[in-house]
Ligand binder design. Structure first.
Ligand code: C2E
Ligand code: CA
Ligand code: CA
Ligand code: CA
Length: 276
């Protein structure tokens, strides 16, 4: 580089160089991981507030890395998006998901529904609907979670079309991380999701703070008046659970009820909690 050996500039470029080497390495590792089908679904239980049973499981992708173990989405999804392999990863995860559901069903373990996360780019890609159809997962058993930002930034004809197609197929649409985007209420009216998931940053403070409680309460009120079911995310303690139930959330999700786990562990949990 130009200012060799002295000053911040050369240090900075060296750092950038190292970073781009790391991204290149990660990118090529990700391509290999696709070939080896190393992307697997983890499952986090979603609890019915009234019955206390597991009504659904959210599917959260993990990279089962050969040497580094199980890696969370933060470690790879951005790069995967940039190199255009999200569709491939979804396909791999859907394949394992279909297998897991078939195994649950064949062994008499009852998991009524699964919720999958769909990124903005995928929803705006017409082949997404085709991929859902060819996954052979019963669409009526499927919930698709969409980030608020998706419909606000990309509320074009393709997204509208995709949402209508999902509706026709019998797939349920949920808005994820509600409250973290902008113009939320306007978006709700456009999308009319069946389910609203309130982000944990709103849920967790309600044990200490009256204003947070009032806020969550009014979000629940808006959602319910529009006929939506409400999921409280990030329920980590018994007190969180008690509060969100009292406020009227229909479903509860968080570490208090279970961290994301592999299909076999979910099956054990379903059996232990009486879902037979
Ligand atoms: P998300 O959809 O909001 O998923 C919830 C995240 O919060 C998960 O992190 C979960 O492990 C974590 N979580 C659940 N309960 C609690 C709790 O009580 N306390 C705390 N502190 N955290 C909790 P994870 O699995 O690392 O996923 C992160 C994000 O990655 C997800 O956020 C979702 O936006 C994205 N993601 C995950 N799987 C997929 C996928 O298959 N496709 C796409 N496009 N995105 C995915
Ligand atoms: Ca989600
Ligand atoms: Ca969420
Ligand atoms: Ca989130």
């Amino acid at each position: 580089a130009k200012s060799q050996g002295k000053g911040r500039w050369s240090f900075f470029t060296e750092e950038m160089h190292n970073e781009s080497v790391a991204i290149k390495q990660l990118s090529s590792d990700l391509l290999v991981a696709c070939e080896k089908r190393q992307f697997i679904p983890f499952f986090q239980p979603v609890i019915d507030a009234v019955t206390g049973s597991i009504s659904c499981a959210e599917v959260l992708v993990r990279w089962a890395h050969a040497t580094r173990g199980i890696l969370p989405p933060d470690a790879f999804l951005d790069t995967a998006t940039n190199i255009g392999i999200l569709k491939k990863i979804d396909e791999i995860v859907f394949g394992y998901l279909h297998e897991a559901l078939a195994y649950f069903d064949a062994t008499g373990v009852d998991l009524p529904r699964v919720a999958v996360n769909i990124s903005a780019g995928r929803l705006a890609d017409p082949s997404f609907i085709h991929d859902i159809k060819s996954s052979h997962i019963n669409p009526e058993r499927l919930i698709v979670e969409i980030l608020e930002s998706v419909y606000l930034e990309r509320m074009g004809d393709v997204v509208r079309w995709a949402l209508d197609e999902l509706d026709d197929l019998g797939v349920t649409v949920a808005i994820d991380d509600f409250g973290t985007g902008h113009a939320s209420v306007q978006g709700l009216l456009k999308i009319r999701p069946a389910i609203l998931k309130i982000d944990r940053q709103f849920i967790q403070p309600i044990v200490k703070d009256n204003n947070s409680r009032a806020l969550v309460s009014s979000i629940v009120g808006i959602g319910k008046s529009l006929g939506m079911k409400i999921v409280a995310e990030g329920v980590e303690t018994e007190e969180h659970a008690r509060r969100v139930k009292k406020i009227g959330c229909d479903y509860l999700q968080g570490f208090y009820f279970g961290k994301p786990m592999c299909a076999d562990d979910l099956r054990d949990k379903l059996i232990a909690t009486g879902g037979k």
